[in-house]
Design a binder for this molecule. Structure first.
Ligand code: SAM
Ligand code: SF4
Length: 324
């Protein structure tokens, strides 16, 4: 399917929950989080039905996200069903990995195609400060266990902050020691992310080059999205940068998002989209759901305007409610 700017939409990020076992400072507040009531969360059957419709319209790749997707009961059974959908060629997961060690055998059995692990530091004390939980060793154990399955493509996602002890070269070094790509994601002014001093791609690159030498641009395609990759001599994996602020990548946007409460979001920054849960629960047929998806695409904005502080219709929810 295509939007009005002739962009081919072939990738959907599906959030299965707004709950999480961590409280990353830039994503989810420690207190005062009002979780979506269970009834308002899409059931797995409902998500599968929407996924089937979207696949019918031409989406071929799905990312399962959250909140933390592995905290929702029955998620592996659901992933198994998603894997079976006609037209779906790739299913990947993004996780904080705190429970990955318990799930990885099953995920490998289901032939999950890739896993992105969010890890902002390798310093357990700082990890606790950033995430509000003492879970570094559990998350790292999840990462190490995932490495036992070479068919699962692994990526590490890190959001750089202005914290020297975050030690970005140390995180980049995971791509030297292991066959994983490490991506640095610029903080976006969404939800609590607005409260953080912004660290630019340029500053992160400089730190990494100081430690390891030049980053050499890599032109191959390694994922579904906007990451630009670089090689470093002697590294097993690549270093990627997803820099919504420094390099607007909207011209190449290929995605929509389905939130846990059933809204199809067509742009990360704007509230625009359509409420598929409401339509479904009011008896919409598959054809009607597909028509709604296409209608929502017509309002997909051309680009984000993160650089402007106040934008009309901007998203008021946080990343844990959207799915990243
Ligand atoms: N809990 C899972 C995880 O952490 O991977 C999945 C959901 S999480 C919202 C997805 C990604 O969004 C994480 O890599 C996280 O670091 C990133 N994220 C959250 N808030 C962000 C922000 N304001 N700017 C940039 N990335 C953000
Ligand atoms: Fe949870 Fe992921 Fe948000 Fe951290 S980034 S609070 S792990 S949803």
């Amino acid at each position: 399917m295509k939007d009005t700017f002739n962009r081919k939409i072939e990738y959907v990020r599906i959030s299965v929950t707004d709950r999480c076992d961590l409280r990353c400072q830039y994503c989810m507040p420690e207190n005062g989080v009002k979780s979506i009531p269970h009834n308002d969360i899409l059931s797995y059957e409902e998500i599968l039905r929407i996924a089937r419709c979207i696949a019918h319209l031409g989406v071929s790749r799905i990312k399962i996200t959250g909140g933390e997707p592995l905290v929702r009961l029955g998620v592996t059974g659901f992933i198994g069903e998603i894997k079976k959908l006609e037209g779906i060629e790739q299913v990947t997961l993004t996780t904080n990995a705190t429970q990955l060690a318990d799930y990885i055998d099953k995920l490998a059995e289901l032939k999950i195609d890739g896993i992105n692990i969010s890890m902002d530091t390798l310093n357990p004390e700082l990890y606790k400060k950033i995430t509000g939980r003492d879970s570094f060793y559990k998350a790292f154990e999840g990462f190490k266990k995932a490495l036992e399955y070479p068919d699962i493509k692994l990526k590490i996602n890190c959001v750089p902050m202005e914290i020297p002890e975050q030690n970005l070269p140390e995180i980049a070094g995971l791509a030297e020691d292991y066959p994983v790509h490490v991506r640095f994601i610029e903080m976006m002014p969404i939800g609590l992310g607005r409260n953080f001093p912004f660290k630019s791609e340029m500053d992160t690159m400089k730190e990494i080059e100081r430690a390891y030498g030049p980053l050499i641009p890599y032109n191959g395609v390694l994922g579904n999205g906007p990451s630009r990759y670089y090689s470093i001599s002697g590294f097993k994996g690549k270093i990627g940068f997803i820099s919504a602020m420094s390099h607007k990548f909207c011209d190449f946007c290929n995605r929509v998002r389905l939130t846990a409460d059933g809204r199809l979001k067509t742009c990360l920054q704007y509230e625009v989209g359509v409420n598929l849960k409401e339509a479904m629960r009011n008896g919409a047929s598959d054809e009607e759901l597909e028509a709604l998806v296409l209608m929502a695409l017509e309002s997909k904005p051309k680009e984000h305007r993160f650089e402007e502080a106040l934008v009309e219709g901007r998203e008021t929810r946080s990343m844990f409610q959207i799915g990243g």
